[in-house]
Ligand binder design. Structure first.
Ligand code: FES
Length: 584
């Protein structure tokens, strides 16, 4: 049971300011009458909204979001917690970004969800929010909006789907889809077996059970202090999950009483704690874009080099796909994020405040690792390589990233000739060409796949291996793009090249046959083309024409920032106050 602290007068915060919602419900004018009247129209009583903290449950459930299939029910558990604590809950649907179904990419809509969250909270009589999400972009989207609005908010993660096995082997969502697809192309898996595999790897509702972007982001959110302890690893279908959801509902009422806002929690130390957890988990490179966007909303300076510095210090100790060979359920049984953080406590800022009202130190003290094979000791990491390296060079003046722990160690220092593709369809057609001029030393380059160019910076960065090389047993090559890559995937992929090609970044100037050199230990990405030749190519380069003439995508293309800046919209960044709406 969580302690709840509310002012003696529930219409008042501890500093005796009226609760925000009471501007709507306690007003004595005609508008106040209409607000109360419309609540009674729904069968509520006058006193249900008078003198109580009003809690929004922002729910990213939909019938087309399998990772969130259980969140409709979980909202009921949250409501139970809110009501028991003396608050009044209202469920508000928000854009549901199911990673696999939404095209061209959910990343195109992360900022849409962020803006929707901010405006839902701003425009309605809300005192605090429980955020229900978990599939990749829903976590940063919900949090970015909540940070900007600045009301007390707690994140309730959807939780990972259950483990599954195939032929006695653990199989994980995303990771094994790509593995079995490559095996099918190479003739190692039959068509009949491929069909059978469709019903495996995704055994229940819940987020991907590998250390993909969803698990990375929810674990980092726990490390930031924005979830209750243990929340990020509880399997979606475990009875502990609805109990955790009810705890979120109960706790948000206390947070409203304490005016425990994101601004009081999200310090630079909290963001660096999240980065420590990302690196120890072997987390997704996508988290780099999201955490920078969130930090900028919180007014915290966080640069690519800060994350690289953490990655150099912190080894990958969580034995989870794609860096290791276990799944999220195993991490939960091994002690979850609190045990992982306790093992890393010398790397953490322990006095950071969390939504529980406790410090991180209080939350992780005494939390022991239960299974050293899942959460390894620091001197026995899962990989000799780290979870992130930030690269610079004449091909990526503003940075690029790679995940060495999910790459082929032999390719981390590599030089080879470029094979360049201007679009995803062109690249996919070439990969199926049995006569493609390519060998395992070739460096595959994909451009026009960044935030502006694609648009939306889709997860195209794990370029498929050409079919003719798959048949010869090649499973990895050096690949470079301005796209992102799914956190569930394995491959030597240089990602997030910034600035991107569509805005004139050097990637736009590469030609097939140019020599490219990657040197991860030196953090270097170099195009071996003379400066005067690059200048000549730049003079001949013309920017691609804008591809969208209307709607959200046009707005996005005009205002999205580059990968090293977090891909937020330029007018949503920063800490300018969100004005309260006038009520009349
Ligand atoms: Fe939703 Fe992976 S597809 S978490």
């Amino acid at each position: 049971m969580l302690a709840v602290t509310v002012s003696d007068d529930p219409c008042m915060t501890p500093d005796l300011k009226p609760l925000r919602s009471q501007r709507w419900f306690a007003a004595t004018d005609m508008r106040g009458f209409a607000h109360r009247q419309r609540m009674q129209q729904m069968g509520l009583r006058r006193e249900d909204v008078l003198g109580r903290p009003i809690v929004a449950i922002i729910n990213t459930w939909s019938d087309l979001s399998p990772c969130h299939a259980h969140l409709r029910e979980r909202a009921e558990a949250v409501k139970r917690g809110v009501l028991l604590a003396g608050g009044m809950p209202f469920e508000l649907p928000a854009m549901s970004l199911g990673e696999v179904m939404v095209k061209p990419t959910t990343m195109l809509y992360r900022n849409f969800l962020a803006m929707e969250t901010e405006e839902l909270l701003r425009s309605l009589p809300i005192d605090g929010a429980v955020l229900l999400g978990g599939c990749d972009k829903t976590t940063p989207g919900l949090l970015m909006g909540a940070i900007s609005m600045g009301l007390p908010a707690i994140f309730c993660p959807a939780g990972p789907m259950l483990n599954d096995r195939y032929r006695g082997q653990q199989v994980g969502a995303g990771t094994h889809t790509r593995k079995f697809w490559d095996d099918l192309q190479a003739g190692l898996v039959s068509e009949a077996e491929w069909v059978k595999l469709e019903s495996r790897m995704t055994r229940s509702p819940g987020t991907c059970n590998t250390m993909g972007t969803a698990s990375t982001m929810t674990a980092m959110t726990e490390a930031l202090g924005l979830t209750l302890p243990d929340a990020s690893c509880i399997p979606a279908m475990d009875a502990a999950h609805p109990r955790m959801a009810a705890d979120c509902g109960e706790r948000i009422v206390g947070m409203i009483g304490e005016q425990l806002t994101p601004a009081r929690i999200l310090s630079r130390g909290a963001f660096l704690n999240a980065a420590v957890v990302q690196m120890a988990l072997g987390g997704s490179t996508n988290a780099v874009v999201h955490i920078i966007a969130m930090a900028r909303r919180a007014g915290v300076a966080l640069e690519l080099e800060d994350l690289d510095a953490v990655a150099r210090r912190v080894p990958v100790i969580a034995n989870l796909f794609p860096s290791g060979d276990r799944l999220m359920e195993d991490l939960h049984y091994a002690g979850g994020v609190p045990a992982l953080m306790n093992r890393l406590r010398n790397e953490l800022s322990l006095d950071e405040l969390t939504v529980s009202g406790q410090t991180l130190r209080q939350q992780i003290d005494g939390r022991e690792v239960i299974d050293d094979e899942v959460i390894r000791p620091l001197d026995r990491p899962v990989s000799a390589e780290r979870a992130l390296a930030v690269l610079r060079g004449n091909l990526a003046p503003q940075g690029a990233v790679i995940k060495p722990s999910a790459a082929n160690a032999q390719l981390l220092q590599h030089r080879g000739p470029a094979l360049v593709f201007d679009s995803q369809p062109q690249m996919l057609a070439a990969m199926a060409d049995p006569d493609l001029a390519v060998d395992e030393n070739t460096v595959l380059v994909l451009r026009n796949a960044g935030p502006v160019g694609a648009p939306g910076m889709p997860e195209w960065g794990n370029l498929p291996i050409p079919k003719r090389l798959l048949e010869r047993g090649v499973r990895d090559m050096l690949r470079i793009s301005d796209a992102r890559m799914s956190g569930t995937h394995f491959g030597t992929c240089v990602l997030h090249v910034s600035p991107e090609s569509a805005v004139g970044g050097p990637l736009a100037l590469v030609q097939t046959g140019d020599q490219i050199e990657l040197d991860v230990p030196a953090r270097r990405l170099h195009l071996h083309v003379a400066d005067d030749e690059l200048a000549r190519r730049r003079a001949a380069w013309t920017a691609p024409a804008p591809t969208f003439a209307r709607g959200w995508t046009q707005l996005y293309q005009q205002h999205v920032t580059q990968a090293h800046e977090g891909c937020d919209l330029d007018f949503l960044q920063g800490t300018a106050p969100t004005p309260e709406p006038p009520i009349y």
